[in-house]
Design a protein around this ligand. Structure first.
Ligand code: CA
Length: 432
């Protein structure tokens, strides 16, 4: 792909011309949240671009949707489906290319350029979608295996269902926040003396606050209630992907999860990266998922092998003293289940998915020590110190710690990535 004429696009930028991720911004000139794409260290404000007189001509697929880029979420755009996303992304790539066939529209139109191409530091990012429902899966094989081995030993590490279906539960959409939003340490019922019988819970701030490194997937086209989505058609229902940190309070979770699963240990916060990388942008980075040795039920059989993406993932912890340590480097290839399989399983009984619904992959960990996407694994169940820069250690998160997840694919100058998914822990509010 050609270079872009947009200034300040570093070869290391996750937002090369090969990417064109969509997000919701507000700017000093346009303070109401609206649609933009990221290119290098800049954004292209699509609300401003749509004031161009020949906009309909430029984007014929959008001519019946005037004002679609003035919306405060991407839901209406997502619902138009993948062929429209593809056409719009390709037109934007042409406009921003050094070899654009339409230089008069933006490249040589200094007035419009000045209004529409803005430095990212000058805009505020907002949650990109209105999220009706959030479902979290458990498709990261090495995470499931390692956590299972910690609690049940290696022989019984995986539950008997694990290789037969993508395990998931229904999460909470109301506490999903955009990258940069501070996360308050949650209170909850916890057991401070696990040896005492009978158990005596106390209500206190979580002492085992954790992260979960995940990939998130947004639904574009809904399905009707009672009409499952076939695994082979599921790609048509995917809008794009974000990085996701499913903050988890392990001590609250341990006490509460029997028998209905996680509740307050999970529902206080989930952070997502602000830019949605479209499904088409990740196509060149398809790779084979973790081999499943179990014969699959027919509805989960995709009939092809490369159904997940090889995104390089990393997690950094910055202490309140400002020392930063990379605590995890791994890859999204360590999933045993693909998003099409998660979608097929989710809708098998007829459950309707709606535009803007978010699916989480489950924690992504690799097979070795430096590839583990949660403190639960990194500290071996809270038993071992994780060494940090600045002579510091952690087993779980302390107040003031900042976690930043990044994810990227591709070669310098052609990178397709997500930017940052970050959040800092604030101390718990004293109880009422
Ligand atoms: Ca999770």
């Amino acid at each position: 792909m050609a270079a872009t004429w947009v200034p300040d696009v570093s070869p290391d930028s996750p937002f090369s011309l090969a990417n064109i991720p969509f997000g919701i911004i507000s700017s000093p000139a346009n303070p109401a949240p609206h649609v933009a794409i990221a290119i290098g260290s800049q954004v292209l404000d699509l609300k401003v671009l749509s004031s161009y007189p020949d906009f309909d001509d430029l984007f014929p697929a959008l001519k019946n949707y005037p004002g679609i880029f003035s919306n405060s979420t991407l839901n209406e755009f997502a619902a138009l489906g993948r062929p429209v996303h593809r056409e719009v992304r390709s037109t934007i790539q042409n406009l921003l290319s050094a070899e654009t066939s339409r230089p008069e529209i933006l490249k040589d139109n200094l007035g419009l350029r000045q209004d529409a191409v803005l430095p990212q530091q000058k805009v505020k990012m907002h949650l990109p979608m209105s999220i009706g429902d959030y479902t979290d899966f458990y498709a990261g094989f090495h995470h499931a295996y390692y956590v299972g081995a910690l609690f049940r030993g290696p022989q019984a590490a995986l539950q008997p269902n694990y290789t037969h279906l993508p395990v998931g539960y229904h999460g909470r959409a109301s506490s999903i926040v955009v990258s940069g939003t501070p996360i308050k340490r949650p209170f909850g019922q916890i057991i401070t003396d696990p040896t005492a019988e009978p158990k005596h819970p106390t209500t206190a701030p979580s002492r085992r606050l954790d992260i979960e490194l995940e990939l998130g997937c947004f639904i574009s086209i809904p399905n009707e209630m009672g009409s499952p989505i076939k695994v082979t058609n599921a790609e048509d229902h995917i809008f794009g992907y974000v990085l996701l940190n499913d903050w988890s309070a392990r001590d609250i979770q341990t006490w509460e999860y029997v028998p209905l699963g996680p509740f307050n240990g999970k529902n206080f916060a989930t952070t997502i990266s602000p830019w949605i990388v479209l499904a088409d942008a990740l196509e060149p980075f398809r790779t084979k998922q973790i081999d499943n040795w179990t014969p699959l039920q027919g509805y989960l059989n995709e009939g092809k092998e490369e159904n997940i993406f090889g995104i390089e993932l990393q997690v950094d912890l910055e202490t309140p003293q400002g020392d930063s340590t990379r605590i995890c480097t791994t890859s999204s290839k360590y999933l045993m289940w693909s998003f099409p399989q998660m979608i097929a399983h989710h809708t098998l009984g007829g459950c309707p998915l709606r535009t803007g619904d978010l699916l989480g992959s489950g924690t992504i960990s690799g097979p070795s020590q430096g590839e583990r996407g949660s403190f639960l694994e990194l500290s071996e169940g809270g038993r071992k110190d994780i060494m940090l820069q600045g002579m510091d250690v952690r087993r779980f998160l302390k107040d003031g710690d900042r976690i930043t997840i990044q994810g990227v694919c591709g070669e310098p100058g052609q990178k397709v990535g997500f930017g940052e998914c970050t959040g800092q822990i604030l101390q718990a509010t004293p109880q009422l």
